[in-house]
Design a protein around this ligand. Sequence first.
Ligand code: FES
Length: 165
Amino acid sequence: MSETATKIDFQAIDKILEKYEYKKSYLIAMLQGVQEVFRYLPEEAMTYIGEKVDGLSPATVYGVATFYAQFSLEPKGKYEIRVCDGTACHVRGSMPVLNAIRNKLKLKEGQTTCDNGLFSLEIVSCLGACGLAPVCVINDKVYPQMTSDAISTILDTLMKEEGVA
Ligand code: FES
């Protein structure tokens, strides 16, 4: 598994703030940059930006971060799994696929990232590939016509590659 930025690297945040000259008008770009580094927006990072950038406050930064769906306030896994539960996918069996993923990753109720931080799971609405339903996406790779067996095999392979099988 590659190193995940779990500790808050304030120098990395400073670099991003410098790039945008600590201007509050670049807040979205700053948050995007921070999310790229940490794969989500840690609370400490939002507070830091709110204190460092003139005209902002931690509450303002938090408000913007929660307003936009592109920002995640929860840590994401190295593998971001998205399962479509739009109508076509739902009708063709997205739920058994979703349950197979949850079982395989041992995700508890409400948990979206597995304990080792390798996989995160998100349910999305139509991915625009209804003819391939049910569809899953892992990072940028699309997996068509998924079944619970097929997704279990894919996850087994990834886990083996990562040495966690
Ligand atoms: S409903 Fe799943 S891709 Fe459209």
